[in-house]
Design a protein around this ligand. Structure first.
Ligand SMILES: *Cc1c(COP(=O)(O)O)cnc(C)c1O
Length: 303
């Protein structure tokens, strides 16, 4: 792996509520792997990077919008691995680049802005062929790392950490690739819980079938889809208040796009007796804190 996992500990949180409900809540602090790069993204990229390296450092090409955590992670990981990379960016180039894209450039990623109409063809065979013509023998990573190799990479989270003692393992869901990785790596009797951050993500079952590939499994995740707060990157005053509260109570910084919604859902579940006494819950803090850069100054008591 390209990073030092000893920087990402499992921490048990303390609170009256947990004592009262007789549950424990621990957090896998993948956010502390790197200040800008989301921890789960590095895992998802693992096998694409090793493929690029063994092909003689062939370039990686991937896709994202102006705030994509996946793009920054790819830019960073490629720099560490000495692999050239290009990001195909949705929409015309703006005058002022987002913080995210500025980070991508600082890590050495080439940015190629394309119209929304072109971007929408990012899964078409003919478009992908034209990219291979343009960039030579490159490896193309789908948007968000949504690919069986991404899921296998994410499953290393379960392999590299001692997660055997947890009864419930929870993650935020965007493309569901990380969730699929947890399913690949989980044991008998462990419940994997996904909390979607998008509204109306109805095809998680099909996504998981595609992502699991040859890891045929009968295990299904539990999806709690009532915590999206109106949709992707949408937020409420209540959510920001919850984030400030988590910082004060637990010294836990959260991002408003993914991990705040995940934590809100878990705390709500604990309060409403969704987790039986004796439950040992592990929650993935996948990172994403750079996304808070887009919030108005003063929204949070940290950052
Ligand atoms: C991308 C991302 C996720 C979602 O991961 P998927 O594998 O796409 O479901 C969760 N948390 C953070 C911080 C992310 O950047």
């Amino acid at each position: 792996m390209l990073f030092d996992l000893s920087n990402a500990p499992v921490e048990e949180l303390e609170d009256e509520l947990f004592l009262q409900k007789e549950v424990s809540l621990s957090v896998l602090r993948l956010d502390t792997l790197h200040p800008v790069v989301s921890g789960n993204k590095l895992f998802k990229l693992h096998y694409f990077l090793t493929a690029a390296i063994s092909a003689g450092h062939s370039p990686l090409v991937t896709f994202g919008g102006a705030y994509s955590n996946h793009l920054v992670a790819t830019a960073f990981a490629c720099r560490e691995a000495g692999v050239p990379c290009t990001g195909i960016i949705r929409g015309e180039q703006p005058e002022q680049l987002s913080h995210t894209l500025q980070h991508c450039i600082s890590y050495g990623m080439d940015l190629n802005f394309v119209s929304r109409a072109t971007y929408d063809k990012k899964e078409d065979e003919s478009y992908l062929r034209s990219l291979k013509k343009l960039y030579g023998a490159c490896i193309i990573i789908p948007e968000g790392g949504y690919h069986p190799l991404g899921a296998t990479g994410a499953s290393k989270i379960m392999e590299l950490y001692d997660t055997a003692g947890f009864s419930h393992i929870c993650t935020a869901v965007g493309t569901a690739t990380t969730l699929a990785g947890l399913l690949i790596g989980c044991r008998e009797g462990q419940q994997i819980i996904g909390i979607p951050v998008l509204k109306g993500l109805k095809d998680i079952g099909e996504r998981i079938l595609y992502l699991l590939g040859y890891h045929a499994t009968v295990k299904q995740p539990e999806i709690q889809d009532q915590y999206h707060f109106g949709g992707y990157a949408k937020k409420t005053e209540g959510l920001l208040h919850f984030m400030n509260d988590c910082m004060e109570r637990f010294r836990l910084p959260l991002d408003f796009v993914y991990t705040a919604k995940l934590f809100y859902g878990i705390m709500d579940g604990i309060r409403n007796d969704h987790y039986p006494p004796g439950s040992r819950i592990l929650c993935l803090h996948t990172g994403g804190l750079q996304g808070n850069d887009s919030l108005p100054e003063g929204s949070l008591n940290y950052h």
